[in-house]
Write a protein that binds this ligand. Structure first.
Ligand code: YNC
Ligand code: MG
Length: 388
């Protein structure tokens, strides 16, 4: 059934529910001298390249491949449109390896036709902190689909990860593969309901008029929480402490240090936004919320070409109720002209989704680990990890 995935060190469907298998690495590391030294073979017309994301030209090539060929919804109405600045941010975190930004191009035309990336991350699974690769942006040009190029891309990134003495990986996908550690759902909160309905992202509810719908999703003009403000560079140590403590309750979560927080959470225009609550009395940082910016191209609409979407990232509440904190996040997203605010049902998100008028999306998002067994299927609320 899964000719490729059956050969890989991942949880196999036949082992689901077998709690006699030990949690942890499925295979031990091999000596580095035994890792294959040469790249895997590609069909003759193609060659491997390492993509230098410092270069504007390379970033544009990657951007063009993805904006035309990356993930679409089931009805092919929308396609992710990650910006160049976002790709730069996503691919150059602390300690990143250039060799993990892998392209395939046609030898004759030099055109980029496929891409896959990894970035390093420390991920905690129960009590173990594991050095992993987070794999993302696997893309094969539409004209080269179903030719078994994806397994070659995956084997090549695996080889290059192994060369850095890293043996585990985390990734998410909309498709079911052997075997999800958890299956999550996206929820959507309309900020600009008229546009969302006009472009076919959402539908007018039964017995609803457009004006009632606009009223239903109306938000206050300004945030409600005293001391709510944008995160600044001097907040990095306090946010790191707050986030580390919060994430410790989940079964799988990133192990962020201050460098990670500076990279992943300090605000970057049109890439990532972070807000926190500083107590007006004690000046303590008590709460935190963040979202990243990922527009989608709207395919074949006369009036609109892009949907501006915010995606809930990491949120921590200790003093401000999470519901109020997230309502303030919706208010700033609305002020910044986002059309929709998306959130997965991970961490404690279920506690605010329905009350804040998020509706369930249709697609699922499956979370996977490579070469690491987790002995039960986790509930989304046990997951403390958000991948881009
Ligand atoms: C996928 N998304 O099952 P079997 S998510 C992993 N992730 O293998 P072909 C996938 N595997 O079942 P196509 C996958 N999609 O026979 C398909 N597969 O064992 C498997 N779409 O290959 C599939 N991006 O080349 C099958 O398929 C085999 O031409 C078939 O190419 C697939 O980034 C794809 O959705 C996805 O660009 C490239 O459809 C193409 O269809 C495409 O014949 C639009 O492949 C964009 C899209 C995927 C987004 C993502 C995470 C990727 C994770 C990859 C796995 C990483 C493993 C860990 C490596 C490091 C290890 C260490 C240490
Ligand atoms: Mg293919």
């Amino acid at each position: 059934r899964h000719k490729f995935w059956e050969t890989q060190p991942v949880g196999q469907f036949k082992d689901l529910g077998d709690s006699s298998l030990p949690e942890g690495p499925i295979e031990p590391p091999t000596p580095l001298s035994e890792v294959k030294q040469e790249p895997y073979n590609l069909p003759n017309l193609y060659e491997w390249i390492t993509c230098n994301m410092d270069s504007d030209e390379m970033c544009s090539e990657v951007y063009n491949l993805l904006s035309n060929n990356y993930v679409e919804d089931d009805e092919n109405m929308f396609r992710f449109n990650y910006s160049k600045e976002f790709l730069r941010w996503a691919l150059r975190p602390p300690g990143y390896f250039k060799s993990w930004h892998i392209g395939v191009r046609a030898k004759s035309s030099k055109k980029l036709v496929a891409f896959i990336t990894g970035v390093p991350a420390r991920v905690r699974a129960r009590d173990s902190v594991v050095n992993m690769a987070e794999i993302n942006f696997l893309c094969v040009h539409k004209k080269l689909r179903s030719k078994r190029l994806a397994p070659v891309m995956i084997k090549e990134v695996t080889r290059r990860v192994h060369l850095e003495n890293i043996w585990q990986a985390a990734y998410t996908a909309g498709v079911v593969l052997p075997t999800p550690i958890s299956t999550c759902q996206y929820w959507h909160r309309s900020l600009n309901p008229k546009k969302l309905i006009d472009v076919g992202f959402s539908r007018l509810g039964a017995r609803m008029t457009m004006s009632r719908t606009i009223k239903l999703y109306k938000l206050p003009d300004s945030t409600a929480t005293p001391g709510f403000r944008k995160m600044e560079p001097h907040d990095v140590p306090a946010v790191t402490r707050l986030l580390r403590k919060y994430l410790s309750q989940f079964l799988v979560a990133p192990d962020f240090d201050e460098d990670d927080v500076e990279h992943w959470l300090l605000p970057k225009v049109d890439v990532v936004d972070s807000y926190l609550v500083e107590s007006p009395e004690t000046h303590e940082i008590t709460d935190f919320c963040s979202f990243y910016t990922l527009p989608s191209s709207i395919l074949g609409n006369q009036n609109y070409s892009t949907l501006k979407a915010a995606y809930s990232y990491y949120n921590v509440s200790t003093t401000t109720p999470l519901l109020q904190l997230m309502n303030d996040a919706l208010i700033v997203a609305k002020q910044k002209d986002y059309d929709v605010f998306n959130a997965l049902d991970v961490m404690q998100n279920e506690s605010f989704l329905k009350e804040l008028k998020f509706g369930p999306g249709d697609g699922k998002l499956h979370y996977y680990l490579y070469n690491y067994r987790i002995n039960h299927i986790m509930r989304p609320s046990e997951l403390g990890l958000v991948l881009l």
